[in-house]
Ligand binder design. Structure first.
Ligand code: ADP
Length: 237
């Protein structure tokens, strides 16, 4: 990865929405039609926690209580990740940026690494969000998300892809869910205005009343008609 802006900008899709809006699920499905890695700061932080390193130790208590980790920590993780060679065709960001500071820093990265950012805003009503988060289960191996009611695995409690026993994330407990939604309202939602003012293109996607696959197709169609499509897996635009 060079640090000079390239002539043809590299697409950077920012999946935006409250916790439980389907960012992680959509990031995985979008890889069927977009090229570029799924970069989830939540997943990165959880692997540091699993590794028991110093980033993990600093992040653990904050995540457990539903608060955000410090901006400098996630900004640095993303900066490092953007320098990996698989980011050269495009990237799909999930859960980053979440504060004005992170958004400002990200736009700086976009400029110096030669990316063109576009926001995909997943719009979901509050009651749906709470129902989704409280029934959520995750595969500890591949990270695939399920919901006991709305998107169950084929065999109860078992990941369709890995056969592993699904787990409930510690921050999916009710009191923690409330705090995460509060953090979103106070710190993250205002970024919609920030992006609009910065002139970052934004697609608004109704992300509640259709299946995850249908929503993913809708996102691909919208990106395509807005001329924001990443290079597809077979190499065409
Ligand atoms: P969700 O979007 O459902 O809340 P994530 O996996 O994206 O789930 O994030 C889980 C937790 O990780 C957050 O509640 C927060 O504590 C931490 N985290 C993830 N991304 C960021 C970020 N960009 N800035 C600060 N904290 C973050």
């Amino acid at each position: 990865m060079t640090t000079t802006a390239q002539s043809s900008p590299i697409p950077a899709i920012i999946l935006f929405g409250s916790p439980g809006s389907g960012k992680g699920t959509q990031a995985r499905l979008l890889q069927n039609c977009l090229r570029g890695p799924h970069i989830s700061t939540g997943d990165m932080l959880r692997s540091h926690i699993q590794a028991g390193d110093s980033i993990g130790n600093q992040a653990q208590a904050l995540i457990k209580s539903g608060r955000l980790v410090p901006d400098e920590m996630v900004n640095e993780l993303v900066k490092q990740r953007l320098q990996d060679s698989d980011c050269q065709a495009g990237i799909i960001l999930d859960g980053y940026p979440r504060t004005t500071n992170q958004a400002q820093v990200l736009l700086g990265f976009m400029q110096s690494f030669g990316y063109q950012a576009a926001v995909v805003y997943l719009m979901v009503d509050y009651e749906v969000i709470v129902a989704r988060l409280s029934g959520r289960r995750q595969c500890p191996v591949c990270g695939t998300l399920y919901n006991m009611k709305t998107n169950p695995p084929k065999v109860p409690g078992i990941c369709d892809l890995e056969g592993a026993k699904l787990v409930t994330r510690e921050d999916d407990r009710e009191s923690v869910i409330r705090e995460r939604l509060n953090q979103y309202e106070v710190q993250t939602r205002p970024l919609l205005d920030f992006f609009r003012q910065a002139g970052v293109p934004m697609l608004e996607i109704k992300a509640a009343d259709a299946s995850p696959e249908e929503i993913s197709q809708e996102i691909c169609r919208s990106l395509h008609s807005a001329g924001l499509m990443l290079t597809t897996n077979n190499g065409s635009r």
